[in-house]
Design a protein around this ligand. Structure first.
Ligand code: NIG
Ligand code: FE
Length: 423
């Protein structure tokens, strides 16, 4: 029995999710999102990539997918891994009506996670992060983004980015690294003087060789529009993508500034101004919705339906972090998004696969089932509409990364796999 088969045949699936056309970079509007199809098909995988939409009777591994849906692995383009510890006590405070801003101003929130990071060894942080990555794999996440941002000093931010680089070598998923260098204003600084430190850090950040984006938290309790503009200039000068935490807790009008700065995505958007929906929808900039943060933080609800209908590149992600969203499951996020924003399941799937891959600049390589793309695939235990309907149930039976089954849920799932001896 080979555990790393060079060829795989996935046979008899009741549904295989396909994009409207091959080589699309992203899906905009109900017309493209709902032009995805689910039809019964077979799939052949060779050397880690999708070889075609046909069975391969000579494959080293055959997977019986009868009754199952086969979809691309989920891409979680917004997480705060690796972080240290948890903040359950704060959640309890929030449940009883203490606002996040107040918790944050009294030394909790991001600052408390920064203290926890400082108190843990590299090994402890990586042990927590690898355990969470395997939870994510079990719910179908085959690619995820990491963010720094719990450092809050030059050295600690660089340590967080180095830990993200180490994590990449410890988990089966592909990970990408974002430097969230302006997350909370460190003690002893104001927003402007911290940005001077950020600018000075850039050579060391780039020297790591793994960072693909910069990020900033634009908020009344964090950074302002001037710093956003400055972060945009730093990203442009370094050839990195710009990501923005914007319009989460208050309406800051960060959207026009982020668009002028060439942002790849604006994430949260719970309080986006109605006049900013059209320009965002017309831009080559994704609107990343984080319904778990909205739900658990009792935040305002982003105008998800309006953004889709206006033609924005809408994306779903977990925002996995110890504060606002200790949630690691994309199926949960899909269930929340479908209900909270009024999305159909096909729409949510495009948002958590191809559109999310686009945010990470990986849409050429993954995020949809088409010949030539990486075989990051999920075999689900039922049809795709169950993902939202059976809210809280994990639909993932088998996850393949690069054509290798890296997660097999249970005996029933294992019984679907049959290996052939090859000479
Ligand atoms: O995306 N909004 C800023 N950052 C995180 C939360 C950080 C935290 O509370 O630890 C977010 O929600
Ligand atoms: Fe976030």
């Amino acid at each position: 029995m080979g555990s790393e088969p060079r060829s795989v045949s996935i046979e008899g699936a009741a549904q295989v999710l396909r994009p409207p056309r091959d080589r699309m970079q992203h899906l905009r509007g109900p017309s493209e999102l709902n032009a995805q199809t689910v039809a019964p098909r077979d799939l052949a995988v060779r050397d880690g990539a999708i070889a075609g939409l046909h069975p391969d009777g000579r494959a080293e591994l055959r997977i019986d997918a009868s009754g199952c849906a086969v979809i691309p692995g989920f891409v979680d383009c917004h997480t705060h891994l690796p972080f240290a510890g948890w903040r359950a006590g704060e959640y309890e405070q929030k449940l009883t009506g203490v606002p996040y801003e107040e918790i944050s101003r009294s030394g909790g929130g991001i600052k408390s996670s920064a203290r926890a990071l400082a108190s843990m060894t590299d090994e402890q942080v990586l042990a927590q992060a690898t355990a969470l990555a395997s939870e994510m794999l079990a719910t179908g996440t085959t690619t995820f983004e990491c963010k720094s941002g719990y450092g809050l000093s030059r050295e600690a931010e660089l340590r967080a980015l180095a830990l993200a680089r180490e994590l990449a070598g410890l988990v089966p998923q592909t990970t990408l690294s974002t430097a969230l260098l302006a997350h909370s204003i460190p003690d002893g600084y104001d927003a402007g003087s911290w940005m001077v430190v950020v600018e000075e850090m850039m050579p060391s950040v780039l020297a790591l060789g793994t960072v693909s984006a910069l990020d900033i938290f634009v908020e009344s309790i964090a950074f302002g529009l001037q710093e956003l503009e400055r972060m945009g200039a730093l990203a442009a000068a370094a050839g990195l993508m710009l990501r923005v935490h914007g319009e989460q807790l208050s309406c800051m009008r960060s959207v026009p500034v982020a668009l002028r700065a060439g942002a790849r995505s604006i994430d949260h958007l719970s309080q986006v101004h109605v006049d900013d929906i059209g320009p965002l929808a017309n831009a080559t900039c994704a609107a990343v919705l984080l319904p778990a943060a909205e739900f658990l933080g009792n935040e305002q609800r982003a105008p998800g339906r309006a953004l889709v209908d206006a033609g924005a590149i809408v994306v779903l992600a977990t925002d996995a972090n110890p504060g606002t969203a200790p949630v690691f499951s994309i199926p949960i996020v899909i269930g929340l998004a479908a209900r909270l924003y009024g999305f159909g399941v096909l729409e949510t799937l495009g948002m958590a696969t191809l559109n999310a891959a686009w945010v990470l600049d990986l849409a050429h390589d993954r995020g949809s089932i088409e010949a030539g793309k990486r075989a990051d695939l999920l075999v689900l235990d039922g049809p795709v509409d169950s993902i939202a309907y059976r809210f809280g149930h994990n639909p993932v039976q088998i996850a393949l990364i690069g054509g290798v089954p890296v997660y097999v849920r249970d005996e029933a799932a294992a019984a679907r796999l049959s290996y052939t001896e090859v000479a």
